[in-house]
Design a protein around this ligand. Sequence first.
Ligand SMILES: *[C@@H]1O[C@H](CO)[C@@H](O)[C@H](O)[C@H]1NC(C)=O
Ligand SMILES: *[C@@H]1O[C@H](CO)[C@@H](O)[C@H](O)[C@H]1NC(C)=O
Ligand SMILES: [Zn+2]
Length: 367
Amino acid sequence: MSTTNKPLIFTVLAECKVCKARVSKMILPHKEVDTPVFMPVGTQGTLKGMLPEQLEKLGLQIMLANTYHLGTKPGPDILKKAGGLHKFMNWNGALLTDSGGFQMVSLLKLAEITEEGVKFQSLNQHKSEVMLTPEHSIEIQNAIGADIIMQTTRWLDRCLGAHSKPETQSIFPIVQGTLYEELRIISVNDHTSRDVHGFAIVVEKAKMISGKWYTYVLTFFQKNKPRYLMGVGFAVDLVVCCALGVDMFDCVFPTRTARFGCALTMTGQLNLKKDFNPIDANCTCSTCQNYTRAYLHGIVTVYPVACHLLTEHNLAFQLRLMKNIRDSIHENRFPEFVADFMLNLHPDRNYPTWIKDSLAAVNINLL
Ligand SMILES: *[C@@H]1O[C@H](CO)[C@@H](O)[C@H](O)[C@H]1NC(C)=O
Ligand SMILES: *[C@@H]1O[C@H](CO)[C@@H](O)[C@H](O)[C@H]1NC(C)=O
Ligand SMILES: [Zn+2]
């Protein structure tokens, strides 16, 4: 759909006059994406319990897929023959793939790190060894064909060199968000000097984010490029990090918790009980239009249809939250939105310190 030969065009449309929040349009080869955006995770090219056409109807513009899982099954050869993951899974929106490194670290046993790559040992009885090299990660991600792809940590230049589709896929380098400020600054400087279209940041926990973190990481990025905070998806974290100037988020949480029978609301996670109200009287999703908490309570975690119904609601919740954030930035009332959101969550005004400190660093004071 793109009429230019740039794989990513990012335009800031509105900025909060108080904090660092902004609303932007990100034009990708397969879709125009409104940011700040939350991206749900479709691990193996499927978002569990939802058809791609249902996701499109919900207004989802972009989702994430996992390089390691897709590289293992169906593998790059099938994906190449299929003409890429978009066609293979029947998804017309935008896609983003991770580097594969995170899954390898969590699913395999780390064997050896060399300059060539990282060697992993499979944990199953076959005891086979797998090597993750930057070239291999980029080859799989080129076969998947996502609009945005991730660099394997440490080897940005080898990733850029191995990239075979720079006209249709953008590489985002990953900046390490450790607690060591000097290391972060080195990592950020290393990345901002390269010709890349956006930046990804990893932190171990969103709670580690603070006003300081903003000062040491986000201020170094060029303002005209998107900033993607990986693995963050609790509503409260999204609100705080939008205030700090983050544009993109992903997390398995909203869809995974749905499969465990948990529904998301503005006041937190709802445990379904035997009452005849919808999950959220203000939610316009099809689950809330037609099904009661009592009905859902009787079927959650047991029947696949309940997985669908709760996933639909949780995705609608995340999408609505992001739209409310964007609207309030556009309408110049984002600081009030944040204060109302936090008061609703903590009516006793007993706000966690990390929230107060992070928001104070960008001039938002809570009620
Ligand atoms: C629904 O929205 C209205 C108006 O914003 C609000 O007063 C009310 O508390 C909301 N109800 C629920 C169940 O969230
Ligand atoms: C609710 O169910 C009815 C059928 O009973 C259907 O016609 C309608 O489209 C459903 N509403 C939504 C929002 O899906
Ligand atoms: Zn709903």
